[in-house]
Design a protein around this ligand. Structure first.
Ligand SMILES: [Zn+2]
Length: 278
């Protein structure tokens, strides 16, 4: 049987607002409702940021706690992944929710440019975030905005700063960072296999119109796929995505095209080495 494909849905992010697409879930109850529909459509990882009521990014651990509680109730078994990205806060506030013990959290291990600023991930903060993830048994997802981030993850794994084989996500199509370049993508895959073994799991995310392209490349190359309104608010140039679930369904169709079954949450947890929920 072909390897099941894990679909991650990045429901909210830090940037898109209702003005970009009214379907972007902002409040915790909107987030839970949107995620439940995406879960029913086949997503098994929920990558989440939280927002203030005025839609600006937040790093409030209480909001993360309410979101986790809602997801556990309405999406039982789904993998909960919190963002420790840099748009919602500075320094250690980025990891203030890690003591809640989500299944996973995103971890950027190096710096790069973003559309209008530098995405700063200084070594001491990266080490601290990784140590908090170790302490609270949170599996990191390494956000590789650049080749060096994959090699950094390997070094951190060797040093015991990352417990299991690193699960790397290639992020392509962020303006001023790595574009969606097929040769680079193939070299990323080759590098992950060389460093972590042929069977190591990896995934990929594309921004904007590149989302569907990266889904296609990842699914056809044996990787896992990320979709959702955080990265892209459109189905095509003229059509807003009506929901996170609609984007998940589109990704599931690509899985079908390449004859990859969409992973159940049990399969997703097994692939990622995550415990079953209590
Ligand atoms: Zn994110």
């Amino acid at each position: 049987m072909a390897k099941p494909c894990i679909i991650c849905v990045a429901i909210t992010g830090s940037l898109p607002t209702k003005a970009n697409n009214p379907a972007v879930p902002i409040t915790v109850s909107e987030q839970v409702e949107s995620t439940q529909a995406a879960f029913e459509a086949g997503a098994t990882i929920c990558h989440a940021h939280v927002r203030n009521d005025d839609q600006t990014p937040s790093s409030d651990p209480d909001k993360f706690a309410r979101l986790k509680e809602g997801l556990e109730k309405h999406c039982p078994g789904m993998i909960i992944q919190f963002s420790t990205g840099g748009r919602s806060g500075a320094g250690r506030t980025r990891g203030g929710m890690l003591p809640l013990g989500p299944d996973m959290a995103s971890l950027s291990v190096g710096s790069n440019n973003f559309p209008t600023r530098v995405y700063e991930n200084p070594p001491d903060l990266v080490e601290w975030l990784a140590s908090e993830m170790l302490a609270h048994e949170v599996k990191p997802e390494i956000e590789a905005f650049d080749l060096s981030h994959i090699l950094k993850a390997a070094e951190m794994h060797r040093n015991g700063q990352i417990a299991d084989t690193p699960y790397v996500q290639f992020v392509m199509g962020v303006k001023n960072a790595m574009p969606a370049d097929r040769h680079v993508f193939d070299y990323y895959v080759e590098t992950v296999k060389r460093l972590f073994g042929d069977d190591a799991a990896w995934c990929a995310a594309g921004i904007g119109a590149r989302q569907v392209q990266l889904n296609d490349w990842a699914i056809s190359s044996g990787g896992h796929a990320r979709t959702g309104l955080e990265d892209n608010v459109r189905l095509d140039r003229d059509t807003l995505a009506p929901s996170n679930a609609a984007l998940v369904r589109r990704t599931a169709e690509i899985c079908e095209k390449y004859e990859r079954p969409v992973a159940t949450w049990q399969q997703a947890r097994e692939i990622l080495g995550l415990r079953l929920p209590a």
